[in-house]
Design a protein around this ligand. Structure first.
Ligand SMILES: [Cu+2]
Length: 490
């Protein structure tokens, strides 16, 4: 019954709801991908969102090692857009940043992309224009290693969803900031909330009947503020836990789970329940495997997990919002097993994403040992009174540029002077996490690192892709409020 209701609702685009990945690129023809509107069902309501779809309705694109990235992108939206291939290292003019790479792609326009893929792994594509990413204008981008026949691939793409328009969300963040400032001023005169810190009053926007306290999510970093926005739903492959995707797997079988956090403003804790897993890659880059059942994932990061289905039955894979109990996810089940009804509220509040977990990661393919030619410290700054964020106190209209030279080993310390963590993403490169708060370690290769509140994280990279590249917070609203800069080759 669910399927038929869904089919009626979504019509021809129902296939797009299933995260089955599309066919592999032919050797010669570019993969056609259209940015277009689609309809999904969220909490029994039709939601008009956007997507990046192939003609057969499948989302995103899949390549194999050694393929070229050949894509023909058509804009079927009624407004201009541009799509960024997140985590890939294309030449600048194909990076999908309006102004820096290319002009916006106008409605009915087509852009063709063609460049050598330098890495395998789990990546994604998303709009890099305005607040379009919040409209789910995003999709998986998988570059498969040599195919393994003993492993079933499952892609899990996470979103935060609101029935409100994205610009309305941003406007409410700005107006709330003014109220928070007043509340903090009042608190400074003696009136503290029950949580021992100034009242921040965002439970008011929650429509879930959750306790406001749970969504405050005070962290381990001296009362860090975890969540800016109360969403209407959290989605896994476009579905909620009220009607989750059910993926059939084999008893005792191996599964390669590729988790992509495409949420605009939400970090998650992935909870595998009874399944033992190994984390084998982050942001597409291989790791020395880390066993576990719970793994944090910040906005725009990816986790590659190797699972072994422990027996027969149904095995939920949950993603719980950081500092909260709201959950999404999908269900892996063996043939014939009943899929249970799942609560959208996890039993426990997901703890804040821990940098201790990050520090344990070790790249399988680290940067070559080499001293840094250039070191810089970039402060992550913010002024809650106007919901303005920045780099080295840049305002919303003053983007900073940081210079590097081709061939250099560059080390950047990202010093977070704010009370929120920031998932910092660098375009066109991969970097290694090499330190935090004065401690040194040979950490993961990444394209996005979560810099905890009031902490400093050091990253190292080889400047091997000349151009002008975005360095920004991947919280969409922080970026829109000014937390972006440019790394410019001179
Ligand atoms: Cu941020």
């Amino acid at each position: 019954m669910r399927a038929s209701r869904r089919t009626v609702l979504a019509g021809a685009s129902a296939a797009a709801l299933v995260a089955v990945l599309p066919r592999t690129a032919a050797a010669t023809a570019p993969i056609p991908i259209a940015a277009e509107r689609r309809v999904i069902e969220v909490r029994g309501r039709a939601a008009i969102v956007s997507g990046l779809l192939q003609p057969d309705g499948s989302a995103g694109a899949r390549f194999r090692a050694g393929d070229r990235f050949r894509v023909a992108l058509t804009n079927k939206l009624p407004e201009p857009t541009l799509i960024h291939w997140h985590g890939l290292r294309p030449p600048l003019e194909q990076d999908g940043v309006p102004g820096l790479s290319q002009p916006l792609l106008q409605p009915c326009g087509v852009y063709e992309y063609d460049f050598a893929l330098r890495d395998t792994g789990t990546y994604w594509m998303h709009a890099h224009h305005g607040l379009q990413e919040q409209t789910l204008l995003a999709a998986p981008l998988i570059i498969a290693e040599s195919e393994r026949t003993d492993e079933q691939e499952v892609v899990l793409m996470l979103h935060d969803f609101s029935f409100r328009a994205p610009d309305e969300i941003l406007a409410s963040l700005k107006s709330r900031a003014v109220e928070m400032t007043k509340a903090m001023a009042a608190a400074a005169q003696g009136g503290h909330s029950a949580h021992g810190q100034p009242a921040q009053g965002h439970g008011a926007q929650s429509g879930h009947g959750q306790s406001a306290g749970a969504s405050h999510g005070h962290g381990a970093h001296g009362g860090a503020h975890l969540n800016d926005v109360e969403f209407d739903a959290y989605l896994a492959n476009d579905r909620t836990l009220a009607d989750p995707q059910a993926v059939q797997v084999e008893r005792g079988g191996r599964v390669r789970l590729r988790v992509i956090n495409a949420a605009s403003s939400t970090n998650f804790m992935v909870d595998l329940g009874a399944i033992d897993a190994e984390l084998i890659a982050v942001d597409g880059r291989p790791l020395h495997p880390v066993p576990g059942r719970r793994f944090g994932i910040s906005m725009s990061q990816r986790l590659d997990l190797r699972l072994r289905i422990p027996g027969t039955g149904a095995f939920p894979v949950l993603a719980v919002r950081e500092g909260d109990r709201q959950a999404t996810g999908l269900v892996l089940h063996t043939p014939g097993a009943a899929v249970p009804r799942l609560s959208e509220t996890a039993a426990e509040v997901a703890p804040p994403l821990s940098f201790a977990e990050e520090e344990r990661l070790r790249a399988l393919e680290p940067l070559a040992a080499r001293p840094a030619d250039r070191r810089m410290t970039i402060a992550l700054t913010g002024d809650m009174t106007v919901y303005g964020w920045g780099l080295d106190d840049s305002g919303p209209n003053g983007m900073r540029e940081y210079e590097v030279k081709a061939g250099e080993r560059v080390e950047i310390t990202l010093e977070n002077r704010t009370n929120m963590s920031h998932p910092m993403h660098l375009h066109g490169h991969r970097f290694q996490v090499v330190g935090a708060d004065g401690r040194r370690f040979p950490g993961a290769m990444r394209d996005t690192v979560l810099v905890p509140a009031r902490s400093a994280v050091a990253i190292a990279l080889d400047a091997d892709n000349p151009g002008s590249w975005m360095l920004h917070c991947h919280n969409l609203y922080h970026m829109a409020a000014g937390m972006m800069a440019m790394l410019r080759y001179v």
